[in-house]
Ligand binder design. Structure first.
Ligand code: BGP
Length: 475
């Protein structure tokens, strides 16, 4: 009973949210660098405001982030101290190919990650590498229009071939695209898309999605060719949709929303477009540019495991429902009246994690991996310097309990759990530092002030004990 032996406990970060060093060692500029802190950020991320370079009057948090580029040894040592079995991180594409379309990679960028992976192994930590976590080289956006161009499939293939060859023996767990379904909400962040007034937005999105899905299948194939020990996962922002009530219109609304999300993993884990998606594209008169070769590549190279982030369940209601709607909410627009919410308005629903695990396992029957889960909260430093983050411990405890139930009682095959994020870093949605997730506090504020010094929060010792007891001791 309990967590299986070898369960991969750890934490997850993304390059642009922690590395900094944005112009060091030949690194090129990416979409994620030019996303400012503050209210404009979401408009840029959604492709509604074009920002392809630094503009005056804005603070760009990714430039320095938490400076992990220079401090990774120290940070990985702290992860080692907590007993991490795995550390999920992402490669910055522009460290390896600064423009994205070069023939030859940037050796300095490759050497950086090699040192980082060696450091992980020194602490007994297995790296879990996201190949792209919301990043796309600016040059590829300017010259090719981001992922709407099929040429990006080739550039991505070149990138992954270099990574798999170079890190053979150092990395065996890979994720192709972080939260691939977020392209629907954040097309600039997800695919480097900025829309022209005259453009068919739906078509540009559908083509970009298709290109990423094909690129993902190619990556899976190349990974297996280079080393049969490689395991490649797909990754979505998950959280099951609940109908607001048992009114059939609400149930149908939840189904439609779920399908829009599952679509991505359906293709990546099963190898073909599901019938509802084919019909939807037909209805909208959209041609994604599928070739015979695409069909074959998708069918023959499905993901080895299905990974996902879970922060909250979502709720859906039919058009005539009296449900309370929240315009622009990240996780669906209908408020679930039964759930409490975080300081940032994200619903808190540990049982929803068990439901989501069951839904995904029922649908795919592939090993699952929770690669993000956590609570963004403001932390207070006590007079003696300590941070008593019991709210974070409570959140994680309940979610870990829910996943234990899913394993023990429902038989879900779960490979591991990496919290978002083991160390405070830049928020993807807001660019804030004050939305903190870490077991490790970083002295930096929303305006980029602070010493960047690290310190352990109360949750640090707690998570260490959870890992040491393989999830037995959650007290
Ligand atoms: C996911 C992203 C992460 C991370 C997390 C928390 O969508 O994959 O990059 O940031 O959400 O979100 P936020 O940082 O906006 O609180």
């Amino acid at each position: 009973m309990g967590f299986p032996e070898g369960f991969l406990w750890g934490g997850a970060t993304a390059a642009n949210q922690c590395e900094g060093g944005y112009d060091e060692a030949g690194r090129g500029l990416a979409n994620v660098d030019v996303m400012p802190h503050g209210p404009e950020r979401l408009r840029v991320a959604a492709g509604l405001r074009k920002m392809l370079s630094f503009e005056s009057g804005f603070h760009y948090p990714a430039k320095v982030a938490i400076d992990m580029y220079h401090r990774y040894r120290h940070d990985i040592a702290l992860f080692g101290e907590m007993g991490f079995k795995t550390y999920r991180l992402s490669i910055a594409w522009t460290r390896i190919f600064p423009n994205g379309d070069e023939e030859e990679p940037n050796e300095e960028g490759l050497a950086f990650y090699e040192k980082l992976f060696v450091e992980c192994h020194r602490h007994g930590i297995e790296p879990l590498v996201t190949i792209t976590h919301f990043d796309c080289p600016i040059h590829l956006i300017r010259k090719y229009g981001g992922w709407r161009s099929r040429q990006l499939i080739d550039f991505y293939k070149r990138l992954v071939s270099v990574l798999f060859e170079r890190y053979r023996g150092l990395v065996r767990y890979w994720l192709t695209f972080n939260e691939i379904n977020m392209i629907l909400q954040l097309p600039f962040m997800g695919a480097g898309l900025v829309f022209d007034e005259s453009e068919n937005k739906l078509e540009a999105e559908a083509r970009s999605i298709h290109n990423e899905l094909v690129a993902s299948a190619w990556a899976t194939r190349i990974a297996h060719e280079v080393d049969s020990k490689n395991l490649v996962g797909c990754m979505i922002a998950a959280g099951s949709y609940y109908p607001y009530s048992c009114h059939p219109e609400d149930v149908r609304a939840a189904q439609v929303e779920s399908q829009a999300n599952y679509f991505f993993t359906d293709v990546q884990a099963r190898g073909s477009y599901p019938a509802f998606a084919v019909k939807r594209l037909e209805r909208d008169g959209i041609d994604v540019g599928m070739t015979d070769e695409d069909h074959q590549i998708l069918a023959e190279n499905t993901a080895d495991f299905v990974s996902f982030s879970y922060y909250a369940s979502r709720c859906a209601a039919g058009p005539d429902s009296d449900a309370m709607r929240i315009p622009g909410d990240f996780f669906g627009e209908v408020r679930n009246p039964y759930l409490k919410r975080s300081e940032w308005g994200w619903a808190i629903d540990p049982l929803g994690l068990r439901i989501t695990l069951n839904d995904l396992y029922d649908r795919y029957q592939k090993p699952l991996f929770i690669v993000e889960n956590g609570l963004g909260a403001k932390d207070r430093i006590e007079a003696d310097g300590s941070i008593l983050d019991d709210y974070r411990i409570d959140y994680l405890r309940q979610h870990i309990q829910a996943m234990r139930d899913a394993i023990d009682q429902d038989g879900v095959d779960l490979m591991g759990y990496t919290t978002w994020a083991p160390i405070d870093l830049i928020s993807a949605s807001t660019g804030e530092m004050s939305k903190r997730y870490g077991f490790i506090y970083v002295d930096r504020d929303d305006d980029g002030e602070g010493t960047l010094a690290r310190s352990r929060k109360k949750s640090f010792e707690w998570y260490k004990r959870v890992i040491a007891t393989n999830g037995e001791d959650l007290s």
